[in-house]
Ligand binder design. Structure first.
Ligand SMILES: Nc1ncnc2c1ncn2[C@@H]1O[C@H](COP(=O)(O)OP(=O)(O)OP(=O)(O)O)[C@@H](O)[C@H]1O
Length: 265
């Protein structure tokens, strides 16, 4: 487990923004004006090279919270400091610049089915490209192609570079999605239920891949999961949304399957 300033309590928001990669303070969100918020006054910090799991029942607001952290969904109130920069008031290009530091992996990997694995990974570089020519890997610069191959090697799929994505298994597709996210050279990876559609073995392999990326590459991981065994095994810290609050913020080694099951009530 990584060493970090202790977030074993809800006090993590008091740690200074300078020491955290992502600091969220007083975040609230409701979808309809004046309706009961999905969550309110959420405070937490994520530190570099940490793996942090976010758990909670269906509908607790996990995906919404993840997206609010980058203002992909606009929060109603609260402040967000990412990599030392307040992003509350940013817009346009300066907000995109911050978002480019974040790799996203979803339950549904959203690959382009008819394109090759390599082309899909190269798409991860689009944020850094000017013009549409780079959309096709045939036009991508050699260094970009080499980096894409390197990302594929990191997820163990270099040998499938030329295969079409609609010929991959679910686990392989998720690896391609991770390679595509790595192509962005992210500071942090946000993963929303990355193993939910995978069988237990493939799901574990994906979590082991994340673990390696955190330990060996120093990547920071923020993942949503309903799998509390994964949360305990692969996260340094676990956050839990319940009854519209972030009511759990704990290092995982003080938690157990029993305590996390109890959290679900
Ligand atoms: N765009 C939207 N408009 C209105 N309500 C929404 C919207 N997106 C989400 N919600 C509502 O917000 C609540 C939280 O949804 P969210 O998807 O964040 O929960 P979750 O904890 O990720 O759920 P699950 O574990 O089932 O994926 C739900 O009641 C959902 O219906």
């Amino acid at each position: 487990m990584s060493n970090y300033a202790d977030p074993s309590s809800l006090a993590s928001a008091s740690v200074s923004a300078a020491s955290s990669l992502l600091q969220v303070s007083g975040l609230s969100k409701s979808f309809d004006n004046n309706s009961t918020p999905i969550f309110s006054d959420v405070n937490f910090s994520i530190f570099a090279s940490q793996s942090v799991a976010l758990i909670g029942s269906n509908g607790a607001g996990k995906s919404t919270l993840l997206r609010c952290c980058l203002r992909l969904i606009e929060p109603d109130s609260g402040s967000i400091v990412f990599d030392g920069e307040a992003i509350d008031k940013k817009s346009g290009r300066s907000l995109s610049k911050v978002r480019n530091k974040v790799g996203f992996v979803f339950q549904k990997h959203c690959l382009v089915p008819r394109l090759s694995v390599l082309s899909n990974v190269i798409h991860g570089n689009l944020a850094y490209c000017q013009g549409p020519r780079n959309w096709l890997h045939g036009f991508a610069r050699q260094e970009v192609r080499e980096r894409a191959m390197d990302c594929l090697a990191q997820v163990g799929l270099a040998h499938l570079a030329t295969k079409r994505c609609d010929q991959l298994s679910g686990g392989q597709s998720q690896r391609v999605a991770i390679a595509r996210a790595l192509m962005q050279q992210p500071t942090i990876l946000f993963a929303d239920e990355p193993t939910a559609s995978l069988d237990p073995q493939s799901g574990q392999e994906i979590m082991e891949l994340f673990e390696r990326l955190v330990k060996d590459n120093g990547l920071t991981l923020f993942f949503v999961s309903h799998n509390i065994e994964h949360a305990l095994k692969y996260a340094d810290r676990v956050l839990g949304l319940q009854e519209r609050r972030l009511s759990l913020d704990s290092v995982t080694h003080t938690q157990s399957l029993q305590s996390l099951r109890a959290f679900y009530g």
